[in-house]
Design a protein around this ligand. Structure first.
Ligand SMILES: NC(=O)c1ccc[n+]([C@@H]2O[C@H](COP(=O)([O-])OP(=O)(O)OC[C@H]3O[C@@H](n4cnc5c(N)ncnc54)[C@H](O)[C@@H]3O)[C@@H](O)[C@H]2O)c1
Ligand SMILES: N[C@@H](CCO)C(=O)O
Ligand code: NA
Length: 453
């Protein structure tokens, strides 16, 4: 057998602990798969003497060090699971320049500065692998980067944040308001104490940028992603979605599109109504799924656990075996593919269907005025549903935050639910402004995009 490969682990938190344990527990099998043994030479942490569950009292404790730089120097493979931009970026670049291959789970860094890492890896002739950075355990980076390398991806629709999927699922199944569901997610350890990165869609936007770069052979950074989180989604939105045969999901969307004659791509993250018949609607709890539409392959769906120590470690160790095999047998994995350099089109040019809920005066001619406002902006109505007095059939208030409407005589209020045909986002924004200005419209209660239809 060739000489053992020296593996340096940066970070020993949720993911790092599981990577270290599995490296130790499955050492013999991993050696057989790689063609030589993987020797964990050290684990860099902030405080090497602090007690750690799963590490203290095991042989792994002796490997802890707070000198990450010294650990990186001399390693054959560096596994970065510390997270954050710095010092992760500097350490990864140091590893690459020293000739080590790198495996990272760091979506934030890749979405902000991926090209710098790719370029360094290319110059040094080493591998940069990152399966764990998108949708944890689910193989999606490799399928898009390799299995679909001969196809033309048209669209990627992903549920790539487990925390928000759990929150929306609890709102749908238990009728919880967002705040209660987020508290539950925190109690279960899905959401952080500060849930902003998940709830406001930043985590999903980083993953969307990475997926879009791979799918469309184009550099896409997190700054190119139009982002809207789930903080405005109410229990009433979720109930109305259910009544119309939809489920609300936070989607990461990357698609080919044309705007003003320019062919490019659009990348966005926002809550959307997904028809119950679509496979993404059935993704429950904290699970993730990525739905890919490709020219020749057709529709594909990748499903599984997008987070958690052991599932994420599975993706890391798969990458580790791959890059280690390259060091044993020669050769390299894929390098950055950004030849297409497609323009990232403005977010307001995206074409989608919309569902708009309105409280209007319940009297003759109102529907005609509403329809005229849509027609004026070239937005075509697919369906209209009306319920009198703003209350749902089951007798509960269907809105919950329209204080103005509640103060008026409820008998002269009608709730309209309009579904549009596909329309450009900017036309819809203009339509909503026009509807808000109409005297007969009391409140535009919610506007939600419909995807996957
Ligand atoms: N937790 C998940 O389910 C999950 C899923 C997919 C990807 N990821 C990614 O994996 C990475 C790690 O996530 P985690 O949940 O294990 O994080 P964590 O906070 O549990 O662990 C981070 C570890 O890195 C160490 N660390 C941080 N800064 C350091 C520094 N400056 N010097 C030395 N050590 C330092 C900490 O001591 C800790 O051991 C992140 O990039 C995250 O986005 C996590
Ligand atoms: N916080 C992420 C997991 C790490 O990407 C999620 O909820 O899916
Ligand atoms: Na993955």
């Amino acid at each position: 057998m060739p000489a053992p490969l020296k593996v340096a682990l940066l970070g020993c938190g949720v993911v790092g602990t599981q990577v270290a344990r599995r490296l130790l527990e499955h050492a013999d099998e991993l050696a057989s798969r790689v063609g030589t043994s993987l020797e964990l030479v050290g684990i860099a942490v902030r405080n090497a003497t602090a007690p750690r569950e799963g590490i203290t009292g095991t042989p792994l404790a002796d490997l802890l060090t707070d000198d990450a730089e010294a650990l990186v120097d001399g390693a054959d493979v560096v596994v970065e699971v510390m997270g954050g931009i710095e010092p992760a970026r500097t350490l990864i670049l140091r590893a690459i320049e020293g000739g080590a291959s790198v495996v990272t789970a760091n979506k934030a860094l890749l979405a902000q500065d991926g090209p710098t890492l790719y370029k360094a890896a290319d110059t040094a002739g080493v591998d940069l692998y990152f399966e764990a950075a998108v949708a944890g355990a689910i193989p999606i980076v490799r399928p898009v980067r390799e299995s679909l390398a001969g196809d033309q991806v048209q669209r990627v629709l992903g549920i790539v944040n487990g925390t928000t999927n759990y929150v929306l699922d609890r709102m749908a199944t238990e009728g919880l308001e967002l705040e209660q569901a987020v508290k539950e997610a925190q109690a279960l350890g899905y959401a952080e104490a500060d849930p902003t990165a998940d709830v406001e869609g930043y985590d999903a936007a980083a993953k969307a940028a990475i997926l879009a770069s791979l799918a469309f052979h184009t550099r896409v950074s997190i700054d190119d992603v139009a982002r809207e989180g789930i903080s405005a989604v109410t229990a009433a939105d979720v109930q109305w979605a259910q009544r119309t045969g939809h489920t609300i999901k936070l989607l990461a969307i990357a698609e080919r599109n044309t705007s003003d004659g320019v062919a490019g791509i659009q990348v966005r993250v926002h809550p959307a109504l997904v028809p119950d018949a679509h496979p993404l609607a059935g993704v429950r709890g904290a699970f993730n799924a990525v739905f890919v539409e490709a020219e020749a392959a057709g529709e594909l769906m990748f499903y599984g656990r997008g987070a958690g120590g052991a599932p994420t470690a599975s993706a890391i160790l798969g990458d580790l075996v791959s890059v280690a095999r390259h060091r044993v047998l020669g050769g390299r994995g894929p390098v950055e593919s950004s030849y297409a350099a497609l323009p990232v089109l403005p977010a307001d040019a995206a074409r989608t269907r919309f569902q708009v809920r309105l409280d209007v005066d319940d009297r003759p001619g109102v529907l005609a005025q509403v329809a005229a406002a849509l027609a004026e902006h070239d937005v075509s109505i697919e369906a209209v549903r009306q319920s009198a007095d703003g209350h749902s059939a089951d007798g509960h208030s269907a809105d919950g935050h329209s204080a103005d409407a509640d103060r008026r005589d409820p008998t002269d209020v009608a709730r309209l639910l309009l579904t549009t045909h596909a329309a450009p986002e900017r036309a819809l924004a203009a339509t909503v402004a026009a509807l808000t200005d109409l005297d007969v419209v009391r409140d535009v209660v919610s506007v939600l995009r419909v995807e996957g239809a």
